[in-house]
Design a protein around this ligand. Structure first.
Ligand SMILES: Cc1cc2nc3c(=O)[nH]c(=O)nc-3n(C[C@H](O)[C@H](O)[C@H](O)COP(=O)(O)OP(=O)(O)OC[C@H]3O[C@@H](n4cnc5c(N)ncnc54)[C@H](O)[C@@H]3O)c2cc1C
Length: 451
């Protein structure tokens, strides 16, 4: 049984079904896909949440292992320009993909910075090599390798590592950006997490023409093919656990409780926020000390006229916040939504307080679309959490010891047969890491034994 049909739940359900298991997928919403979906208004359509992904191999592996290969169903295209950063001092960086692209584009900021950036990025290779087995496969019974254990025990936080390793404040802003956008302070994030820069720079950022939501739609179509039974409109309220004779911690999962009644299962894969299920949260005390990372405000804009942006554009705050006073928000403009002829569609992610209307804020930061706005769909963080029944951004970093729920809950004293996947179990942010937890869960579940 799988709880929650976001990207991770879909991946776990399809993988387990392909391995021969009878899978029941329970989803609280009316549709599947979670944050991976579309919103539309007045002829415009935007990706509601993710519109790009790192590590395309995760998506390719999922498609290959659950049906036809990705290339037969969807086009996944690498971006030449990863992002355009407009920094507080007025300088601009169009960060190109690949090592030579990075060298050239970052050097345009100031001679020598390109070398500093590519060296910084390459410095993450040993970290990635050490942690990769832990992200891709179940934790070995003897614990992680010595290299992985040493990386995870590191005491340095990302802010300090960047201060030591990068000579220019703009490069530090660049390296911290994915975490700041997700609502974390770099002081709360462990230094090893900075390997995201390496993955992005070396393996690229990938998009699906027409919107990443197509990925969720394709996976949804496979549910039927793989014989997954789907019940939408079903809210799981708790996991049911049979305790041992002593009634102590641990025990074994026997199913879930839902607003439609109980359902039995030998294995339960939870692909939602585990904090919301008391039987799970009570069994994992470390979980109670964590909080979810909240989404940014998301504003979808339908604009008259052809698109004037050809890459995601990051407008860094010009006025940083001071004690008791809000600074500028971080604004991330994602072009590329679908629009009627002669129009264009942007999504703006707003991190921080926006004390004026968005077109005015954009105009002050050099993107003036005030006379082009045809339609606006403005979704607050609270509205998004309500629509998605939780936060798709997973656990908020609150220092290097922040505990993520292990995929196999029993590894942290939880019940046998209970697996936790998705954003809240993933070590790093974003779809591919949520997808990797589903691959790990499927490996733990293994092939069904058929009589
Ligand atoms: C604005 C925004 C932009 C993003 N952009 C990117 C990006 O460009 N690239 C990227 O890689 N990542 C991005 N992310 C992160 C990405 O969305 C997540 O990594 C991913 O969606 C996590 O998938 P998930 O399946 O773990 O969770 P979700 O997508 O949140 O799915 C959880 C599912 O569980 C269901 N559910 C919840 N509670 C219950 C319950 N009690 N019973 C039954 N069902 C339940 C929900 O309805 C939902 O369908 C973005 C996130 C946000 C918020």
């Amino acid at each position: 049984m799988v709880v929650g049909a976001g990207f991770a739940g879909l991946a776990a359900a399809l993988r387990c079904a392909k391995q021969g298991h009878d899978v029941l997928l329970l989803e609280r919403g009316d549709t599947v896909g979670g944050a991976l979906g579309r919103v539309s208004r007045d002829g415009f359509t935007w990706d509601a949440g993710p519109d790009r992904t790192l590590l395309p191999a995760v998506v390719r592996d999922l498609f290959r292992k659950t049906g036809r290969p990705l290339e037969r169903e969807l086009e996944l295209v690498p971006l030449d320009v990863l992002r355009e950063h407009r920094f507080a001092d007025g300088s601009t960086l169009r960060l190109a993909a690949g090592r030579s692209g990075a060298l050239r584009s970052v050097d345009a900021l100031a001679p020598g910075l390109g070398r500093a950036w590519v060296d910084h990025v390459a410095g993450h290779i040993p970290t990635w090599e050490a942690l990769r087995p832990l992200l891709e496969h179940p934790a070995p019974t003897g614990g992680p390798s010595a290299e992985a254990a040493a990386v995870l025990a590191g005491r340095t936080h990302l802010e300090r590592a960047l201060r030591r390793g990068l000579p220019d404040p703009r490069l530090r802003t660049l390296a911290a950006h994915p975490f700041v956008l997700d609502g974390h302070h770099p002081r709360d994030v462990p230094a090893w997490a900075g390997l995201v820069s390496y993955l992005e720079q070396t393996l690229g950022t990938w998009v699906v023409p027409g919107g990443l939501a197509a990925l969720g739609e394709r996976l949804a179509l496979r549910l039927d093919l793989r014989g997954v039974e789907v019940r939408t409109g079903t809210r799981v309220t708790d996991v049911r656990v049979e305790r041992g004779p002593a009634g102590g911690p641990g025990g074994r999962v026997v199913g879930v409780r839902t607003d439609q009644g109980d359902a039995d299962a030998d294995v339960v894969v939870v692909a939602t926020d585990p904090r919301a299920l008391p039987g799970l949260a009570d069994g994992l005390p470390g979980l109670r000390r964590t909080l979810p990372a909240l989404p940014p405000r998301v504003v979808h804009l339908g604009l008259d006229g052809a698109d004037t942006l050809d890459a995601e554009t990051v407008l860094h705050p010009r006025q940083p916040g001071r004690r008791g006073r809000e600074g500028d928000p971080l604004l991330v403009v994602r072009p590329g939504g679908s629009a009627p002829e002669g129009a264009s569609a942007w999504t703006v992610l707003v991190r921080g307080a926006l004390l004026e209307d968005l077109p005015t804020a954009l105009a002050r930061r050099g993107l003036d679309v005030r006379d082009r706005v045809r339609t606006t769909l403005d979704r607050s963080p609270a509205e998004l959490v309500t629509a998605w029944h939780g936060s798709p951004l997973g656990t908020a970093w609150a220092g290097r010891r922040t505990r993520r729920t292990p995929v196999r809950a029993a590894d942290a004293g939880g019940p046998e047969g209970l697996l936790v996947v998705g954003a809240h179990a993933a070590a790093l942010p974003g779809l591919p890491f949520a997808g990797l937890t589903a691959a790990v869960a499927a490996e733990l579940v293994g092939r069904a034994e058929r009589a």
